[in-house]
Write a protein of this length. Structure first.
Length: 578
């Protein structure tokens, strides 16, 4: 094309130039979702994921959380995903299906970021903000997991997009409030976000006294029509309380309000869990710098009303981050899922629009290249953390073993519900707060009694997260058969008396296995309680004796159903003989 031809069609050149950044952003989005789809099937499962799946499964079986099983989370996430798990069925591959169900929520969070960026800055900021937010490594990897924090982040960000996407109206107040209420029914951590939103508004008002958020060129008759006055705030608060109030009323009607409050509030606020210590200074020390930053944002915006909305986004997210770091007893990566995307958006806005002349398109080619380089660095960091081998197998094997070893009515003692499709005999879930309360004596370790009372034959593999008393009991009365343990005990070799004595605590059918000697299948050929067993023997609770046959070493008594299900402790046995 000649120079003259190019000058004759400047609009065509501008349209063509705009396609470059759009195409580049589209390629990043494609890489983002391809990487996410692949990692669903390879990244190891966090211990929280089967815990949440266990609660979802309880809903599918007609059980009521808090009353019938322990859960320290708000209920809406688990109840909403129960139909999907019921459709997928009770098998280990359902773990992948439920992970895939997080993809729409992840996409909604990015849509909310693009909406916020477009409403507060420009479409280019919105698009690139969504790219950078989606590729943020910690956010990307945490949002990959099946956990309520993923829809929680999406609902909160959508609420912010509605709230800050334009001037205050009744519809905006009601829509944002309903989304915030949904977020609160998914995670009680929304209380921290709402408090930060309110504190941010107060901080901004103190930093900019007077009607700073009102557009200066608005007609006098319309001034205040789009502001957040008492009526609009009441509508926002009322809409926010609507869905959580309905959830509380529903559980109260089903006789589970007391257990619900004990699990979700009392459990988390129990005394003696430790305070934030010096971290408590983070929030108060952040107030003045953030107030100054908010004032600078308002004054640097094209008009004060738009500047106030931009500053509200900055202050609410920064104060929420400071509040979690300052006040939250146990800070985890998932706590920041609703916050990190906002920081990513603000970083992109700073790169593309800082000191941009009025009326010009957001960002030059050099600025777009800078943001693209940031996104490329994030993608490289993600690839560096991607697993080169399948990390999902341990969790999948645990679920598969539990399904093979047990019947639907059997119980399995695990830490947090990692066997997913079986009830637990011990009510509290052994997560971090429970372990602290056990150590402080606020919860009694009755694991041994519950195992005996419920005749639980299968327990999880040994873990330092089991309380000492329960752990010692399981170590003495259960043996490993792959990813789980079953009733049994290693007896070793007979002493000079030639007889091995052992005590059964849970009556069941048992078989005697040996590491050396015995039958070709590894069964012991000696006598059990004076008789040579022909197959598994039903052993009552109490003392029993086994006299090994000649040449038998490494004797072990094991729950017979484990052998019948294809699991054996024999590979775990090591004979003391060279």
């Amino acid at each position: 094309m000649s120079v003259a031809g190019a000058e004759a069609r400047p609009g065509a050149l501008r349209a063509g130039a705009a396609w470059g950044p759009r195409l580049l952003a589209g390629l990043f989005f494609a890489a983002l979702f391809v990487a996410r789809a692949g990692l669903v099937f390879r990244r190891e499962f966090d211990s929280d994921e089967p815990q949440h799946l266990h609660v979802v499964w309880a809903w599918t079986r007609g059980m009521l959380p808090y009353r019938d099983l322990f859960d320290n989370h708000a209920p809406l996430f688990h109840a909403a995903h129960a139909p999907l798990l019921a459709a997928l069925g009770e098998h280990a591959q359902a773990l992948f299906g439920m992970r895939l169900a997080m993809l729409p929520w992840f996409a909604l969070a990015l849509i909310a970021i693009a909406w916020l960026g477009s409403a507060l800055f420009s479409r280019r900021v919105g698009a690139w903000g969504a790219v950078v937010a989606g590729l943020w490594p910690e956010h990307f990897l945490t949002a990959l997991e099946f956990r309520p924090d993923v829809p929680w982040a999406a609902l909160w960000l959508l609420g912010l997009a509605v709230l800050l996407g334009g001037r205050a109206t009744r519809g905006r107040a009601l829509g944002a409030g309903l989304l915030f209420g949904l977020a609160l029914a998914v995670s009680l951590k929304t209380v921290m976000l709402l408090a930060a939103l309110g504190l941010g508004a107060l901080t901004l008002r103190l930093a900019l006294p007077g009607p700073a958020a009102q557009a200066p060129d608005a007609p006098r008759s319309r001034r205040g029509a789009g502001s957040w006055g008492p009526a609009r705030l009441a509508q926002l608060v009322g809409a926010t309380a609507l869905i959580p109030g309905a959830v509380v009323a529903w559980f109260a009607a089903h006789g589970a309000l007391g257990p619900m409050l004990a699990c979700t509030v009392g459990h988390q606020l129990a005394p003696g869990l430790g305070g934030p210590g010096a971290r408590a200074l983070i929030l108060p020390l952040a107030l003045v710098p953030l107030a100054l930053a908010g004032r600078a944002v308002v004054r640097g915006a094209p008009d004060p009303e738009l500047g106030a909305r931009r500053a509200s986004l900055l202050l609410s997210s920064a104060l929420a981050f400071a509040a979690f770091e300052s006040l939250w007893p146990l800070v985890t990566p998932q706590d920041f899922l609703p916050i990190e995307p906002v920081f990513a958006l603000l970083a992109v806005a700073l790169a593309l629009e800082w000191r941009a002349p009025a009326g010009r398109a957001a960002g030059s080619a050099a600025r777009v290249a800078l943001v693209a380089a940031l996104a490329l660095g994030e993608l490289a960091a993600l690839l560096a953390r991607a697993p080169w081998r399948d990390g999902t197998r341990p969790a999948i094997e645990i679920v598969e073993a539990a399904l093979r070893l047990t019947y639907p009515t059997d119980l399995v003692m695990d830490l947090k519900g990692e066997t997913v499709f079986r009830m637990r005999p011990f009510y509290p879930v052994l997560e971090s707060v429970t372990r602290r309360r056990l150590a402080a004596g606020q919860i009694q370790d009755r694991i041994p009694e519950r195992l005996v009372e419920t005749r639980t034959a299968v327990v999880a593999s040994d873990s330092r997260f089991f309380p000492p008393r329960g752990r010692a009991f399981m170590d003495s009365n259960y043996v490993s058969v792959g990813p789980l343990r079953v009733l049994g005990m290693a007896l070793g070799d007979a002493g000079p008396a030639g007889v091995l004595e052992f005590r059964i605590v849970i009556p069941e059918r048992y078989s005697v296995m040996v590491a050396e000697g015995g039958s070709e299948e590894g069964f012991g050929a000696g006598t059990l309680d004076g008789r040579r067993p022909e197959g598994p023997a039903l052993l009552a609770a109490g003392l029993h004796r086994y006299r090994p046959a000649a040449g038998e070493h490494g004797i072990i008594v094991v729950w017979a159903r484990a052998l019948e299900s294809g699991y054996s402790p024999r590979p775990m046995l090591k004979s003391p003989r060279p």
